[in-house]
Design a protein around this ligand. Structure first.
Ligand SMILES: CC(C)=CCC/C(C)=C/COP(=O)(O)O
Length: 268
């Protein structure tokens, strides 16, 4: 009879080496033991009782083992989504290399990449803040600056938590990255594009064609991430989603120049 410890260990790891009892019951081939373990619960239950009558009730697999070998619907759906994501991302990564099928547009895609990078955005915001001659303009630029810094921090945190590797077809030749940027979920360019576009469309008075251009730019930034092979589709989709809500957070935490002056007065 197996000791309780041996039984527990059997329940913990689905890839364990089958116990001598299992091998005895299922034949001495470990592969056949593994194959049987992956059979449907109904069949296993049936064969379990058959063998129980042959070798005794103590031979039945623990209940938790059965659960482990039956992935939930959500698990299957997630795995399928990820498989589709990888397949689509690989197919859309048409500028991942110079000799890829759309390799000739790689320089243009890299230009779009730079237009969504944090450094030009932060530098441009600081410049506009410095050049702005109205308190209202300075307040808007200050909040855009804070939004961009918040974005870098939040994206860094999610990337460090999720740790999803960039697609294998990506060439890591990106301009100015942090170490956490070796991870791909979510796309920082996509969060910045969604948040930045929402910010500009809300706070700047722009003519209708320029508003369309801003939206088009945001979409192109997202598309270029996948075409360059930097990201999977889900990294970009989640990045857009996250950037959209980051903007709502920035609105909720809006810093007025008056409150900033008060804060600087307290600090100074
Ligand atoms: C250096 C600064 C200020 C920001 C880093 C910008 C960057 C390299 C983000 C990574 O973007 P993806 O996740 O889309 O590749």
């Amino acid at each position: 009879m197996p000791s309780p410890k041996a039984k527990n260990n059997a329940g913990r790891s689905p890839n364990r080496t089958p116990s001598p009892h299992l091998l005895q019951r299922q034949g001495s081939d470990p592969t056949s033991a593994r194959l049987r373990a992956s059979e449907s619960p109904t069949r296993r239950r049936g064969s379990g009782s058959a063998s129980a009558s042959a070798t005794g009730p103590q031979q039945q697999l623990p209940e938790e083992d059965c659960m482990r070998l039956n992935p939930s619907f959500a698990g299957i759906a997630l795995r399928s989504l990820l498989a589709i994501d990888l397949w689509m991302s690989k197919r859309l990564g048409v500028c991942a290399e110079e000799d890829s099928s759309w390799g000739s547009v790689r320089p243009l895609m890299k230009l779009i990449e730079i237009s969504g990078h944090g450094i030009p955005w932060i530098a441009g915001t600081l410049y506009c803040m410095w050049k702005s001659d109205s308190a209202a303009g300075q307040e808007i630029m200050l909040n855009l600056l804070l939004a961009l810094l918040l974005d870098v921090v939040l994206v860094g945190i999610v990337k460090a938590l999720v740790r999803r590797r960039r697609p294998s077809h990506n060439r890591m030749d990106m301009f100015a990255t942090f170490s956490v940027d070796r991870y791909s979920f979510p796309s920082g360019h996509a969060t910045r594009a969604a948040m930045g576009a929402r910010f500009l469309l809300t706070h700047l008075v722009l003519a209708a064609p320029v508003r369309v251009l801003v939206l088009l730019w945001a979409v192109l930034v997202g598309l270029s991430r996948v075409m360059l092979g930097r990201h999977n589709v889900t990294d970009v989709a989640f990045g857009f989603f996250m950037g959209y809500f980051q903007y709502s957070l920035v609105e909720a935490l809006w810093v007025s120049t008056a409150s900033l002056q008060k804060l600087l007065g307290v600090l100074g």
